[in-house]
Ligand binder design. Structure first.
Ligand SMILES: [Zn+2]
Length: 120
């Protein structure tokens, strides 16, 4: 990796532990640095993509099991909830599988931290 433009960034111990839990112990040194650099660029490009193709949607918050999305076309706030291993949009009356809110939520970073509110 060339040193031009290189900046040092601290990565927290918790972040490294999470990466290793998911990707294994081989994710160290230059491999870890390359992986993190690639992910940051992918996140930036994903954000540009979503601003272009879903510019009317904006994540304005999230709770334990729900991503809260502001929809400028509908002029309302909708929730996409993870329940029973599926995403449910509170704006959809018939479980529409092509709901744009669910697709938008799937493209968010927040989707990975939602907790499934399974039936008991
Ligand atoms: Zn929806």
């Amino acid at each position: 990796m060339d040193d031009i433009g290189r900046k040092m960034v601290q990565i927290s111990k918790n972040t490294i532990e999470t990466i290793r839990e998911i990707h294994g112990d081989e994710m160290v040194g230059e491999m870890l640095a390359s992986w993190i650099n690639e992910k940051v660029v992918q996140i930036c490009k994903k954000d540009v993509f979503l601003k272009k193709y879903a510019k009317h949607l904006e994540i304005i918050g999230f709770k334990k099991d729900t991503i809260v999305i502001k929809d400028a076309h509908l002029q309302k706030v909708v929730g996409v909830t993870l329940k029973d291993n599926r995403l449910w949009c509170d704006n959809d009356k018939n479980g529409d599988k092509s709901c744009m809110h669910k697709w938008f939520a799937m493209g968010s970073l927040e989707i990975g931290v939602l907790e499934d509110n399974e039936k008991s």
